[in-house]
Design a protein around this ligand. Structure first.
Ligand SMILES: Cc1cc2nc3c(=O)[nH]c(=O)nc-3n(C[C@H](O)[C@H](O)[C@H](O)COP(=O)(O)O)c2cc1C
Length: 355
C-alpha cells in the first residue's frame, strides 16, 4: 500500500511535515533525456510560495528546491528524480498554545483519533506545505508536456461569489488574486482584505485548463481521465468539489444544448462547444481539458470560535499565526500541477495501449 504515492508510470512519493526539517519527493518514471534544472521547478514554486502579497499568508519561506538525483549534465537520466526543500521559517512557538485543542475546520481531530499521535506544529503532514512538492513534480510534468505541445494554465474564477467573467490570460499573474479579469480582481481583493480585517476568511473557485491535449488520453474503466483528474484535484487541501466542463450546470441544460456538435476542419474532428470539458467516456477528445475546483474558506481564522480539547473540555480558540485569508491564489499553481501530473501519466500510459 502506498498512501503517499500518486501516479502509475509517472509517479511520485512525497514526504515531510509543515514544521519538520524538510519536505521532499521522489519522482519515478521520468523519461530520460528531458532537459531539467532547478530553475524550471523554482518558477512554479515561487507562484505557490507564502508571503507573496497581502492576500496570502505572511509566513516567509523561500522554498528553494534542490535536485538530489536523476539529472546529469542538465538532462534526466531515467532514474528517480529526488527533490528537497528545507523548511526555514518554522515558527513552532506559534502553535504551542493550540497543541491539545482541535482547531475547527482542521484535521487535528481526525489525525488524533486515527493515529493516536499527531505533529501539531502547523498541522504537520495535514498542512498544505506538502503541496509545494506537488508543484515541484507538476513543473517536471509541465516541461515534459510542453515538448508534446500541451500547455496548462489556471486562474481564480470566483472569490466569495465575485466572478471573473472576462478571461484575459495576460493579467492573471499581474494581480494578487490571480484572476483573469482586472475589474473582478479588484473586487475580489477588496472582499479578501475585508475578511482578513475581520479576522475571517473567504472561499472561491479555481479553474484549470490544458490546451493541446491529444485525443486518446485516459484509460477506461477505472483510470478514466476525468475520474483521475477529480481524484488528483480533490486530494488538494481545502478542495470541496470538482467539476469537469459544464459540470453541475449541465444539470440545468437540455441534451440538445449540452451535446458538443462535431464538425470537420481540414479532415479533423472539432467540437462547436466544450461542455464535455475535453473528455468523453473518460478519454480526451482533443479539445481543451477544463476543470474547476471549489475551495473552502481557510479554517485558520483570528475570529474567536468555540471548540473542544483532547480531554473533552470546551474552550474558545482564535487561531493566531500567519494564514491565507483566501486560498485561491496559492491553489492555482497546485491545481495546474495536479492536472499536469495526471496528463503526463496518462500520456505515458496511452503509449502502452495500442499496437
Ligand atoms: C496552497 C494552500 C495553502 C493553504 N494554507 C492554509 C492556511 O494558511 N490556513 C488554513 O487554515 N488552511 C490552509 N489550507 C487548507 C488546509 O490545509 C486544509 O483546509 C486543512 O488541512 C483541512 O483539510 P481539508 O480542508 O482538505 O479537509 C491551504 C490549502 C492550500 C491548497
Amino acid at each position: 500500500m502506498t498512501f503517499n504515492t500518486f501516479g502509475k508510470i509517472f509517479s511520485y512519493t512525497s514526504f515531510g511535515e509543515s514544521h519538520g526539517k524538510a519536505i521532499g519527493v521522489v519522482v519515478d518514471g521520468v523519461p530520460a533525456g528531458l532537459k531539467l534544472g532547478e530553475e524550471d521547478i523554482q518558477k512554479d514554486l515561487d507562484r505557490r510560495r507564502p508571503g507573496q502579497s497581502e492576500v496570502t499568508t505572511q509566513r516567509q519561506e523561500d522554498d528553494k528546491v534542490e535536485i538530489l538525483s536523476g539529472v546529469f549534465e542538465g538532462k534526466t537520466t531515467g532514474m528517480p528524480v529526488a527533490l528537497i526543500i528545507f523548511n526555514k521559517d518554522a515558527q513552532s512557538k506559534d502553535y504551542s498554545s493550540i497543541k491539545d485543542l482541535y482547531r475547527p475546520g482542521h484535521a487535528d481531530y481526525t489525525y488524533q483519533q486515527k493515529f493516536g499521535i499527531r505533529d501539531y506544529k502547523g498541522g504537520g503532514r495535514s498542512s498544505a506545505r506538502e503541496t509545494a512538492m506537488r508543484v515541484a513534480v507538476g513543473a517536471i510534468a509541465k516541461k515534459f508536456l510542453k515538448e508534446k505541445g500541451v500547455s496548462i494554465f489556471g486562474f481564480t474564477r470566483e472569490v466569495a461569489g465575485i466572478r471573473a467573467e472576462k478571461i484575459d490570460l495576460k493579467v492573471i499573474e499581474n494581480n494578487s488574486v490571480r484572476a483573469p479579469d482586472l475589474q473582478a480582481a479588484k473586487e475580489m481583493e477588496k472582499v479578501i482584505l475585508a475578511a482578513k480585517e475581520n479576522g475571517d476568511s473567504v472561499g472561491g473557485i479555481v479553474e484549470v485548463v490544458a490546451k493541446g491535449v491529444p485525443v486518446g488520453l485516459g484509460e477506461p474503466i477505472y483510470y478514466k481521465l476525468d475520474s483521475k483528474l477529480a481524484e488528483a484535484l480533490m486530494s488538494i487541501n481545502a478542495v470541496k468539489g470538482v467539476e469537469i466542463g459544464s459540470g453541475f450546470s449541465s444539470t440545468k441544460m437540455k441534451g440538445s444544448e449540452h451535446n458538443d456538435e462535431p464538425y470537420i476542419v481540414k479532415g479533423k474532428v472539432k467540437f462547436k462547444t466544450n461542455n464535455a470539458g475535453g473528455i468523453i467516456g473518460g478519454i480526451s477528445n482533443g479539445d481543451d481539458v477544463v476543470a474547476r475546483i471549489a475551495i473552502k474558506p481557510a479554517s485558520s481564522i483570528v475570529k474567536e470560535q468555540k471548540t473542544v480539547d483532547r480531554k473533552g473540555k470546551s474552550l474558545k480558540v482564535s487561531v493566531a499565526g500567519r494564514h491565507d485569508p483566501c486560498l485561491c491564489p496559492r491553489a492555482v499553481p497546485v491545481a495546474e500541477a495536479m492536472m499536469a501530473i495526471v496528463l503526463m501519466d496518462m500520456y505515458l500510459i496511452a503509449k502502452t495501449r495500442k499496437i
